[in-house]
Design a protein around this ligand. Structure first.
Ligand code: FAD
Ligand code: FES
Length: 274
């Protein structure tokens, strides 16, 4: 497998909201046009942007959001889409922007997913973890790459309908069994990997879920990339506010060493990995 994609330094830019759509209860698709033309760097799935949500001193830290999709004009990225769950002050403020409102953002930042050159991939998403994995699946469609996507939601009400438009195989899990298979999305991983169907695993979601997926992948010898989430400050490797523990006891700076890591680099402290 290729190394995890190199980080980009990102640029600050202004963007204007073109579309806001409530895709699920409390979860919005926000589509922004990049003012002054197109993105300097093409975002890679797994990379993120830091959003200035306003609010002065009290809320001065920007909020990180993974790229959920892009629209290209002449092969250049001109529109960026994000899938945002309103969980607090900053995300609620972003989700209540109106058409034509302007925001400032910095990106694309961090290291994204690296695609295996050949063979089929398994994508495993839990909840809002679908945001970067949907972009990854769309890019795989664009490059005629084979994959299956397992997506877990709390119930049928949280099912993300655009998944039906993807070209890869999609299997849905719900906690209450109201859609697809009942149970945890990680339940579907072991059998598939044991059958030797996949060359690589990519996962994003709650940390406990990723720890289980990482453990199964390591047991079955399939390389696994995980997208970690941590509270962030600067987003560019300067404040050390996002650090998590690596397996060798080292510090992993989630914003600039990640957010995508090879699963065997992560300590998974507090989460049994199988
Ligand atoms: C690299 C990265 C990519 C992300 N991509 C997305 C995305 O695509 N879509 C999306 O909806 N969210 C994403 N998040 C999470 C998002 O950044 C947080 O939900 C947001 O910063 C919360 O800000 P707030 O002001 O709304 O909430 P706050 O008032 O700051 O917090 C509200 C609640 O959310 C929890 N929280 C805040 N930040 C995080 C975090 N980073 N990880 C886990 N819990 C957190 C807090 O503990 C608190 O319980 C991402 C986070 C990271 C680090
Ligand atoms: S958020 Fe500042 S170093 Fe990662």
């Amino acid at each position: 497998m290729a190394d995890i994609a190199s980080p980009t330094r990102g640029v600050t830019c202004a963007a204007t909201l073109e579309r806001r759509e409530e895709a699920l209860p409390g979860v919005f698709i926000l589509e922004f046009r990049l003012d002054g033309g197109s993105s300097v760097d093409q975002p890679v799935p797994g990379q993120f942007y830091q959003f200035n949500c306003g609010g002065g001193r009290e809320h001065m830290l920007p909020r990180p959001l993974s790229v959920h999709g892009v629209t290209r004009w002449d092969d250049e990225v001109a529109m960026l889409r994000f899938l945002v769950e309103a969980v607090g002050w900053g995300t609620e403020r972003l989700c209540s922007l109106e058409h034509g409102d302007e925001v400032r953002l910095l990106g694309p930042l961090g290291r994204g997913f690296s695609l295996a050159e050949d063979g089929k991939a398994l994508l495993v998403a839990g909840g809002i973890g679908i945001a970067p994995l949907f972009f990854l699946a769309s890019e795989m469609d664009r490059n005629d790459m084979e994959y299956d996507l397992l997506a877990g939601f709390r119930s049928a009400r949280q099912f993300y309908r655009p998944l039906s438009g993807l070209e890869g195989g999609v299997e849905v899990y719900t906690d209450d069994g109201s859609l697809g298979s009942g149970g945890m999305v990680s339940d579907g991983v072991g059998g598939r990997l044991e059958r030797g169907m996949y060359r690589a695993v990519y996962t994003c979601g709650p940390q406990a879920m990723m720890a289980v997926v990482a453990g199964i992948s390591e047991e079955t010898g399939v390389p696994c990339q995980v997208s970690l989430a941590s509270r962030m400050g600067c987003g560019i490797g300067a404040c050390r506010g996002c650090v998590m523990e690596g397996r060798g006891g080292e510090n992993l700076c989630v914003c600039s060493d990640g957010p995508v890591f090879e699963s065997n680099k992560v300590a998974w402290t507090g989460h049994p990995s199988t």
